[in-house]
Design a protein around this ligand. Structure first.
Ligand code: C2O
Ligand code: CU
Ligand code: CU
Length: 479
């Protein structure tokens, strides 16, 4: 049954094409909302023959490389964020239609200290409703950007909260009911870095030596515009983008660099490695610094997860490629300059993390089923599925049979991963410490300990955005 909001959505709706498979899976309304081909129309790019470039092997072989875009960094006390259709340079000087925050893809990088207050006013200049969700931020319900708090086209809303958590890389993106995947694919996402004294004391590389890298994939049409053409198993684009740049390169001094990496894809799992075989020096993840440094040559991470790594270019002689081993894509070329900068790699302990202590058997079990259900139910925005007492440590078990990857994400708290059974069968070095998103591959069960501190309504969901939009999502209340 179409809601008022649906009819208010206007002309874009008429471009919808129902996908039979999705129809069967999840019912008419949902499939129309997420599998329509309206994205093309919204961009005003309905040129005849407009279709994604097939057979384009993004990033492979010899290509002309474009300078990596670094989004502007902004503070967060009183800032206005405008979400609007626009054009962006994805590389090579040619403009592409996209949906952008303040004209940028990705949007500006926020940077703030723990304890600081944030007031960001969103102006919604999109042709449809949106919200801004502050992924990883532990904030009150009114600032969480829950789909129920959608801001209508033409509307505005001020997100206000005080940062009360350790240094880490979070991010922000839209979270409107059933259309998150499209809005993110068209370009809406950005990074949010929190700093604190524990982190500053480590004297990690900063300034030009600390670089956010937002990895994602994308499809573009013949005119070069970003398009969204999902399937029920998830939108996987044919080309990679790093910070919204196609085939990017970055000049690096002979120095140690700190890369703050976000998997900002809708559905794609990346397995990243350095082309020269050097290991990543892994220092952090979603929830900030890890207890200690570790070296890993390949890191597998899914949509919504973050990594904090150091790379030593001090002895680099030629260029080094950041690669994705799942696709064979060359994601980013590092090109060393002649400038040498001294520095040292941290070793051993980075941060003290108190392990949560909680029940040894699951308080709750969540089965991620098919492509749209948790414990047999499709999401209903108006239904609260369970209540969680604030302050109590609970053990949550996330489990799935198939249709993975399912990156499982919780709003309102970070958690500590306890175990993984089935499938890959281990807890990886980048899953220590604090997390808010954890990858479930087929046949895996992951146990986490979690504790909430702010009462309110939050979400648990699969962060493959097409699964999320089809209903693999659950409302709960912290009481
Ligand atoms: Cu990054 Cu509820 O999402
Ligand atoms: Cu979130
Ligand atoms: Cu899923």
């Amino acid at each position: 049954m179409p809601s008022e909001a649906d009819s208010a959505r206007g002309c874009s709706r008429k471009l919808s094409v129902v996908n039979d498979v999705a129809e069967a899976v999840s019912g008419g309304r949902i499939s129309r909302r997420i599998f329509g081909q309206r994205a093309v129309g919204l961009l005003g790019a309905l040129a005849a023959g407009s279709s994604p470039l097939l057979g384009q092997k993004g990033g492979k072989g010899t290509v002309t490389r474009n300078n990596l875009f670094i989004p502007p960094t902004v503070g967060s006390t009183s800032y206005t964020l405008t979400a609007a259709p626009g054009t962006v340079d994805l590389g090579g000087g040619k403009l592409s239609a996209a949906w952008a925050y303040n004209g940028h893809v990705p949007g500006p990088t926020f940077r703030a200290n723990n304890g600081q207050s944030v007031a960001v006013t969103l102006l919604n200049h999109l042709p449809e409703e949106t919200t801004v969700h502050w992924h990883g931020m532990i904030v009150p319900e009114a600032a969480d950007g829950h789909p129920k708090d959608a801001i209508a086209s033409g509307g505005s809303y001020s997100y206000q909260y005080t940062i009360g958590q350790r240094a880490c890389l979070n991010w922000y993106h839209p979270h409107p009911h059933m259309i998150t995947g499209m809005q993110v694919a068209l370009g809406l996402a950005g990074a949010f870095i929190i700093n604190d004294p524990e982190e500053s004391a480590l004297n990690l590389p900063g300034g030009a030596y600390e670089i956010p890298l937002v990895l994602r994939d994308a499809n573009i049409d013949n005119a070069g515009n970003l398009v969204y053409n999902p399937t029920s198993s998830g939108f996987e684009g044919k080309i990679p983008l790093v910070n919204g740049t196609r085939d990017p390169k970055l000049s690096v001094d002979k120095a140690i660099y700190r890369f703050r990496i976000l998997n900002g894809a809708n559905a794609r799992v990346f397995r990243i490695a350095l082309g020269n075989g050097a290991p990543w020096v892994l220092i952090g993840n979603d929830g900030g610094l890890l207890p200690s440094v570790s070296q890993v040559s390949v890191i597998e991470f899914s949509p919504g997860e973050r990594l904090d790594v150091l790379v030593d270019f001090r002895t680099a002689t030629g260029s080094i490629m950041l690669r994705d081993l799942n696709t064979g894509w060359n994601l980013l070329e590092f090109v060393p300059t002649q400038i040498s900068v001294s520095g040292s790699m941290p070793t051993g302990t980075l941060s003290s993390i108190t392990p949560l202590s909680g029940p040894s058997t699951p308080t709750r079990t969540f089965r991620f089923e098919g492509m749209s259900k948790i414990n047999g139910q499709v999401y209903n925005m108006d239904r609260i599925d369970f209540n969680v007492p604030s302050g109590q440590v609970e053990r949550w078990r996330f489990t799935t049979g198939r249709n993975a990857p399912h990156p499982i994400h919780v709003h309102g708290a970070s958690f500590q991963v306890q175990s993984r059974t089935g499938g890959r069968g281990v807890v990886f070095p980048w899953e220590r410490g604090w997390k808010d998103t954890v990858l479930l591959q087929d046949t895996e069960s992951v146990d986490v300990l979690i504790q909430f501190s702010i009462p309110g309504q939050y979400l648990l969901h699969c962060h493959k955005l097409e699964h999320e939009d089809m209903g693999m999502m659950s409302n709960f209340k912290v009481t």
